[in-house]
Design a protein around this ligand. Structure first.
Ligand SMILES: Cc1cc2nc3c(=O)[nH]c(=O)nc-3n(C[C@H](O)[C@H](O)[C@H](O)COP(=O)(O)OP(=O)(O)OC[C@H]3O[C@@H](n4cnc5c(N)ncnc54)[C@H](O)[C@@H]3O)c2cc1C
Length: 504
């Protein structure tokens, strides 16, 4: 076994259980170091919502037989036999005790119980076919012979994966004739040169992000984290692999947009912003026509924004059209014609895209906008978003909408309100790529899966040679899918390799 990470330990235990004499060669001073860092130290080891849809690679269907062999329930039963108690949180499976070290402990105990020999500090620099078996050359120590070799050397992601005097698993396999896609960093922060990124540093927002890259449109929702030079958080990390093409080369001209109120329709947001302006301008207190107009025309029902963050408020559907980037903007302010089909010229600096204005958006709440005009301004535009979105985010969105922060809120026209609503639902920015392997949770690309038998993980090129885990051209979404792949493919490779010894 070359590599004593998650998949190597799983393969070693499976092979030893099936009667094989197993030796693990691990370059680090300890096996399974990376396991300790997973899931922020809690190890998200699987996910109850398991299907091949959560996997990526040239042929994601390659995972099917390994998941059939050891899916979530089989894997958890296996861990249960080793004494590990697990619990799920929104589908994500963790050790009940909340410590990643528990996962590594039970694996090491099991390997010891089954007689697996673990040789640490043994970076393998060469692997050769020798007759029916293999010769393995560690950087230090003796050359070993083996009748079967399982390469479970992982990928290039994270600091723990750097080759330590040995060769990377990919190089070992290339020398044996295997080909590689990429590799590229995946599950990693998306980078952007947008001038707004610096100001957003530290902002977290529950939002929907849509990435347009290489002609594809990909979207995810959840908590985004702005880092100062891009966007991180699970949804962004899940999208990062789409920034590389089929050959693992970076895609050019990628763009993304974020909908900061995904549960609220554009129309309701526009009405909400109009009403907010009226309130800020003091029109409500004065009983101005602004309020009356809104009251008489309340299709936005409660006028209050239906926002998940606001306690007790319900969900509102997202208009289908707003999901896409090339959405047509609408200028409900221009001549006040029917909303649908009108074009809003979006002039903000960010090159913000166009937004979809659902029919009827010119309704009452919007008409209320100018009604506060006769009241003295109660606030400037910097305060417009106060109490609604994260402060820094609110300021950026007002700016991105091309609105002067010092302008009185009462003076904002209906056109600007629509642009602001469009900016909140469609904050568009260029994407320049991703962070590198050091920051990545996994390696995208890897050994071409077409060169392996998915039923056994055996090489189709070199008999008796197996591979499992991240070294193969498969990676999963955040949420326990990568460790599940390591357990499933590792257990399958170990069991089949041991079996092949019996059948010859
Ligand atoms: C910070 C972080 C958090 C993560 N969190 C999660 C999570 O919560 N849930 C999840 O599902 N996935 C998570 N992952 C991904 C997951 O850890 C990996 O996909 C998984 O560990 C891959 O297992 P593996 O055995 O294929 O590779 P690895 O775990 O990388 O193991 C490969 C082993 O081979 C050794 N090795 C490499 N080359 C040689 C050589 N030449 N000679 C000898 N030994 C060698 C390495 O030192 C290493 O120990 C996370 C990753 C990171 C970096």
């Amino acid at each position: 076994m070359i590599g004593g990470g998650a998949s190597g330990l799983a393969a070693a235990c499976a092979a030893a259980r099936a009667g094989a004499d197993v030796v693990i060669l691990e370059q680090n001073a300890r096996v399974g170091r990376k396991i300790l860092t997973t899931g922020n130290g809690r190890c998200n080891l699987s996910n109850e919502d398991m299907s091949e849809d959560h996997y990526h690679g040239k042929d994601p269907g390659f995972v099917r037989e390994a998941l059939d062999f050891s899916g979530v329930s089989e894997t958890l039963a296996w861990f249960g036999e080793m004494g590990l108690v697990c619990a799920a949180e929104e589908g994500r499976v963790y050790p009940f005790g909340g410590q990643a070290s528990a996962v590594l402990d039970v694996l090491r105990l099991e390997a010891g119980r089954l007689g697996v020999r673990i040789l640490t500090g043994q970076a393998v620099k060469r692997l050769e076919k020798a007759g029916d078996g293999f010769r393995i050359y560690p950087r230090q120590g003796e050359t070993l012979s083996a009748s079967r070799a399982i390469v479970a050397a992982g990928g290039l992601a994270s600091p723990f994966s750097a080759p330590d005097g040995g060769a990377s698993g990919l190089d070992l396999m290339k020398r044996l004739g295997h080909r590689v896609r990429g590799p590229f960093p995946a599950l990693v922060q998306i980078r952007s040169e947008s001038p707004y990124m610096k100001a957003l540093k530290g902002v977290r927002a529950d939002a929907r992000i849509v990435l347009e890259a290489g002609g594809g449109i990909y979207e995810r929702a959840g908590e985004l984290q702005f880092t100062g030079n891009g966007v991180s958080g699970v949804p962004a990390m899940d999208l990062s692999g789409f920034l590389y093409d089929d050959f693992g080369c970076p895609r050019k001209d990628a763009e993304a947009y974020i909908d900061f109120v995904p549960d609220t329709e554009f129309r309701d947001l526009a009405v909400f912003l109009s009403e907010r302006k009226a309130r800020l301008a003091g029109a409500e207190r004065a009983g101005s026509p602004a309020v009356d107009t809104a009251r008489d025309n309340p299709p936005a029902a409660d006028i209050e924004l239906k926002n998940r963050q606001a306690a007790g408020l319900g969900r509102v559907n997202q208009p289908a059209g707003a999901e896409r980037a090339g959405i047509q903007a609408v200028d409900a302010g221009r001549n006040n014609p029917p909303a649908a089909g009108m074009e809003l010229k979006n002039r903000q600096a960010a090159g913000l895209g166009r937004v979809n204005q659902p029919a009827g958006a010119e309704r009452a709440g919007i008409q209320a906008v100018d009604a506060g005009r006769n009241n003295p301004p109660a606030a400037d535009m910097e305060r417009y978003m106060t109490g609604f979105l994260h402060k820094a985010l609110g300021v950026v969105l007002v700016k991105a909408a091309g609105i002067d922060l010092r302008a009185p809120a009462a003076g904002i026209g209906e056109k600007r309100i629509l642009i602001l609503a469009g900016t909140i639902k469609n904050f568009r920015f260029p994407v320049s790529g991703t962070n590198g392997f050091r920051d990545a949770q996994v390696m995208g690309g890897g050994l071409l899966t077409e060169e392996f038998d998915p039923a056994t993980m055996e090489s189709r090129l070199v008999r008796g040679l197996y591979a499992c885990g991240e070294i193969l051209d498969i990676y999963g979404d955040c949420g326990g899918y990568n460790l599940q792949w390591a357990w499933s493919s590792g257990r399958l490779a170990g069991a089949r390799a041991a079996e092949s010894l019996r059948v010859g």
